[in-house]
Ligand binder design. Structure first.
Ligand SMILES: *Cc1c(COP(=O)(O)O)cnc(C)c1O
Length: 408
């Protein structure tokens, strides 16, 4: 290899580093039965116990005893890998049962399981324009990278509307030719800003302008609604959205993604989407664990209540301390630092000196100048853990001379 090649790679990394957003992955080992605790491997020679405050295993289902049992039992019964793509020997009975369960969860005819939520978005949105020639996609500006990538792959005309802005969306819908097929793509819970889309109103606009709706409920499935069907279930809107997309990797504690929709839609996506067709299906044990997790959360409103209580307790404490956090209606609590270098330095200090792990969230995950620490309290974050966190943050706030908001 000519050394010039390497220079380009080095330059790319230097650019990232120069902006203070060079990413360091913390090496941790989760401890079964002790969620949200983990062991942090600082380096080869040093390890210590920490409390994780930024996991997307929102309800600790990744360590739920029944889920673990379901995974183990499927491994004992069916082995490890699935052994094929969905078309060629990779559709096991576990996949079939899981898809049935997910369809039922969302009140749809059918569901399709993908390798990840990312792939579900990219593959489904990516194939839409082949199914609907001339399609125009209307996409919320804060949509996840996987939706953006799918829309780009689709190579259709796209209009990006201002975040959760109905007037702006309507202006764009109105300006588009009435006879062209349209699709509005958005999320329910936006995980970095901790806010929720006006789903009903977006569906009203979709009806008015004859558009389809596609909603990413990744940060809501398992956690919102009486059975964990997401914000659409909570608000009685499941039949108003055409395609629901979710993940098995966050509240359900496994890995994999899915869509649920009318069976003609899932049949078309199943038959045409490259990212569904040309890849090995998830292991049977993963499907079995996800199935168990969905079933448990369907009948466990008390876990959701505890989750909400813990999130509001953390927000109450941040409010009393005058910390500048986004006070939304969700379980996510973003604490604004608004500087990439400080954000990283604070995160480092928290883990080094206080045994608290919260990853700095920098560009491009969020816009520059809005760097933050994103806290995800779970039902298992105790009052004592919150005491430790608040004490640590107070100390750091003074040390970094950060602003406190006036407490009412
Ligand atoms: C995490 C995430 C995804 C991707 O889901 P994975 O299952 O982790 O691949 C999709 N959409 C949103 C909004 C996400 O935050």
């Amino acid at each position: 290899m000519n050394q010039d090649y390497l220079k380009h790679f080095q330059q790319a990394v230097d650019n990232v580093r120069g902006e203070g957003r060079y990413r360091v992955f913390q090496d941790i080992r989760r401890v079964r039965g002790e969620f949200p605790k983990a062991v942090w491997y600082k380096n080869e020679y040093s390890e210590k116990d920490i409390v994780v405050w930024c996991s997307n295993d929102y309800l600790g289902m990744g360590q739920n005893e029944c889920v673990i049992e379901a995974v183990k039992s499927a491994v004992d019964t069916a082995g490890t890998g699935s052994g094929g793509t969905r078309n060629i020997a990779g559709t096991t009975h576990y996949h079939v049962q899981l898809e049935k369960e997910l369809a039922e969860l969302h009140g749809k005819d059918n569901a399709l399981v993908f390798t990840s939520g990312y792939v579900a978005n990219e593959a489904t949105l990516g194939v839409m324009s082949r199914i609907l020639p001339g399609l125009i996609i209307f996409s919320d500006e804060m949509n996840h990278a996987s939706m953006i990538s799918g829309i780009q792959r689709s190579r259709c005309q796209k209009h990006i509307f201002k975040h959760n802005d109905l007037a702006n969306l309507e202006t764009k819908l109105k300006a588009a030719p009435a006879d062209k097929p349209k699709l509005i793509a958005f999320e329910s819970v936006y995980s970095m800003d901790a806010d929720i889309a006006p789903i009903q109103e977006i569906c009203d606009l979709a009806e008015k302008y004859n558009a389809m709706t596609y909603i990413d409920e990744v940060h809501a499935v398992g956690m919102y609604g009486d059975r964990g069907g997401g914000v659409c279930e909570e608000r009685g809107l499941m039949d108003r959205v055409d395609i629901v997309q979710g993940t098995l990797a966050k509240a359900f504690g496994m890995i994999g993604g899915y869509i649920a929709a009318n069976d003609i839609i899932t049949d078309a996506v199943r038959s045409m989407a490259s990212g569904f067709i040309f890849t090995t299906s998830i292991p049977p044990s993963t499907a079995a664990g996800a199935l168990r997790s969905v079933k448990i959360l369907k009948i466990s409103p008390e876990i959701r209540d505890q989750h909400k209580e813990r999130a509001s307790e953390l927000k109450k404490r941040f409010r009393a301390a005058g910390f500048p956090f986004i006070d939304g209606d969700t379980h996510i609590v973003p604490l604004m630092i608004s500087d990439p270098v400080k954000c990283k330095a604070i995160s480092d200090q928290l883990i080094e000196e206080h045994d608290i792990y919260v990853q700095p969230i920098n560009y491009p995950t969020v816009p520059r100048g809005t760097e933050r620490l994103r806290f995800t309290p779970s039902p298992f974050h105790s009052d004592a853990m919150m005491d430790d966190l608040l004490a640590a943050l107070h100390k750091i706030w003074d040390q970094f001379d950060l602003k406190r908001e006036k407490v009412a």
